[in-house]
Design a protein around this ligand. Structure first.
Ligand SMILES: Nc1ncnc2c1ncn2[C@@H]1O[C@H](COP(=O)(O)OP(=O)(O)OP(=O)(O)O)[C@@H](O)[C@H]1O
Length: 246
């Protein structure tokens, strides 16, 4: 995947204003946008997803133009063929694991039936080892099982790329370490490009193929302290990515 991002957006609330200015071109498969709270990570991810309209610039994935202010192109989120996984996973509480995963495949107002049989749903239940909890509800799942259900629901639509908002934040430290490795292995296996935002340098160290430092709405070329675990070659501020193949 070639992600070509060049966006600017000014947001104001009362006397406060925030300027987002992100330019990036990368062919990496595991992109991590790292930054402290308020840096603009969620805004960047929302812009890629089509949930925030930039003032100007463009967003392209391969030869697919998602947004181009000068050409008047602004594809609706569902036309972007991307999947967004929210920090709290946003599972439907009244639907079982199987129904949650089937949800994007069912058109119209009706929820998937409880024992809805679908080849793709069965595939993801198997791939994520969720068969034994397929009929359970989100409140009956562990943190890791919830995350895998959210990932399965995202992947069942076969997206061009997966956008992940702080995917490990809701997990305890032991599970967090395991899930980072699991997600990296999953990305290797499926070859689905992933863009992950986080404030945790360890996420970037383990998962990141191309790591970008975002500070005050800008990708920072001379970013702050480099975590020990993270080779400097893996971090960039802006420009064309130096991709590390693992
Ligand atoms: N709708 C809005 N109107 C005005 N300002 C906004 C709006 N949404 C976000 N902001 C501001 O933009 C800045 C960046 O917000 P963003 O949510 O992208 O931060 P973040 O890096 O994701 O932080 P966190 O890690 O805490 O989620 C913040 O200062 C926030 O107050």
């Amino acid at each position: 995947m070639l992600l070509d991002l060049d966006i600017r957006k000014k947001l104001s609330a009362g006397k406060q204003s925030f300027q987002l200015d992100v330019r990036l071109k990368t062919d990496s498969q595991r992109i991590v946008i790292l930054g402290p709270s308020g840096a603009g990570k969620s805004l960047t991810l929302k812009a890629i997803a089509g949930l925030l309209r930039p003032d100007c610039g463009h967003i392209r994935i391969d030869d697919h133009v998602l947004f181009d202010a000068s050409q008047g192109i602004d594809l609706a989120p569902q036309k972007r063929e991307l999947a967004y996984v929210f920090q709290d996973y946003a599972l439907f509480p009244h639907l079982s694991v199987r129904q949650n995963i089937a949800f994007p495949l069912v058109r119209g107002w009706l929820n998937p039936r409880r024992h809805h049989a679908h080849q793709q749903v069965d595939y993801w239940l198997e791939a994520f080892q969720l068969n034994h909890v397929a009929d359970q509800y989100p409140h009956e799942l562990s943190g890791g099982q919830k995350q895998r259900t959210a990932l399965a629901r995202a992947l069942v639509t076969r997206p061009r790329a997966l956008l992940l908002d702080e995917p490990f934040a809701a997990l305890d430290p032991v599970l967090r370490a395991r899930m980072r490795t699991e997600l990296k292995e999953l990305q290797h296996r499926l070859q689905v490009p992933m863009v992950l935002i986080t404030h945790d340098p360890e996420d970037a160290a383990v998962f990141g193929d191309h790591v970008l430092d975002l500070r005050d709405g800008r990708l920072d070329p001379g970013a702050g302290p480099v975590p020990d675990a993270l080779p400097s070659s893996q971090r960039t501020g802006f420009g064309i990515a130096s991709t590390r193949t693992v």
